[in-house]
Design a protein. Structure first.
Length: 103
């Protein structure tokens, strides 16, 4: 994170495979670097929002909220269904497009 610049796309450990830090650790790092605002945008969920809001408020940071959503293509794909762990596959099928929404 660069000093003083608010980050508007940060994933916590609640974003399985994409974030590793707990929300309070992200807030602590931002506060150390003089960042006054931080947006938590976990992938496809808002599970860590309450913990993030409490930690940010306690540290004097302005919490911002959002979500990084997977978007399915408009037209159905002719591609065969990918194998997922439930069906004996080794990976999770990712959405072909993603968009970040801030509240």
């Amino acid at each position: 994170m660069r000093e003083g610049v608010p980050h508007l796309h940060v994933s916590s450990g609640f974003s399985a495979r994409y974030g590793a830090s707990h929300p309070h650790d992200l807030v602590a790092r931002a506060a150390e670097r003089g960042i006054g605002a931080l947006a938590l945008t976990d992938r496809d969920m808002v599970t860590g929002t309450v913990r993030f809001a409490k930690a940010a408020t306690a540290a004097g940071l302005k919490p911002m909220f959002g979500v990084d959503l997977g978007i399915a293509p408009h037209a159905p794909s002719a591609e065969a269904r990918r194998r997922a762990p439930v069906r004996g596959g080794a990976h999770v099928a990712e959405a072909p497009f993603r968009a970040t929404f801030l509240a």
